[in-house]
Design a protein around this ligand. Sequence first.
Ligand SMILES: [Zn+2]
Length: 233
Amino acid sequence: MLPQIEALLVIQDRDHQILTLNNELEKIPRDAAAIKTRLTEAQSSLTSARQNIQQNELTIKKIELDRQTRKNTIERLTTQQFETKKNDEFAALGAEIIRYQDMVDELETQTLEFMEKSDNLNLTLKDAEAKLNIIKEGMADEVKALTEKKKNHSARIEELKQERTILAKDIEQSTLATYNRIFAKKGKATVSPLRENTCGGCHMKVISDTISKTIEEKELSQCENCACFLYSV
Ligand SMILES: [Zn+2]
């Protein structure tokens, strides 16, 4: 293998590592934001669970009040019925009492329904509290892990960059410039193997001149389709 190719392969490996680490670094703010979003969502779930309970309690109170009002009316009507001497008025008041009693029964049914709902809402509240606690407990560790990751990745990138600078000194300026240009587009396929007359970078068959040039290893050879540097395997 040509020494230039060997050197370029090492540079390519370092460049690829730098690129991968940089990509991971770029994700960190998004991951941090996702942690915050999860917290905010859990907090708002808890708030709305509490509000739903309050609302339900208010509804129950209102129904109770309505029921009490109707019960008072029934008492009043019963007294009137007791005091009347007229048969038709007695019957009319009786019908009214039944009508009000039906309303009271209906409101009692509603109260039971809302009380049942209240049980479910309390379960939802407990669930929301538990979820928020889990997120809060895990959050510190997650944030710490992200901070560590950022620190370690940045340090490793610096190391790789320094290493790369030293490696690059052994490569001809024009070759390095060509390599840099191709790497920006093709990444780790910039220096590729030639297998069965096929370029490892673009998977196209190359012409016979390129094949001989690659096999002879007298000078650097590039794929005529994708421009990547080729070495024979
Ligand atoms: Zn190619």
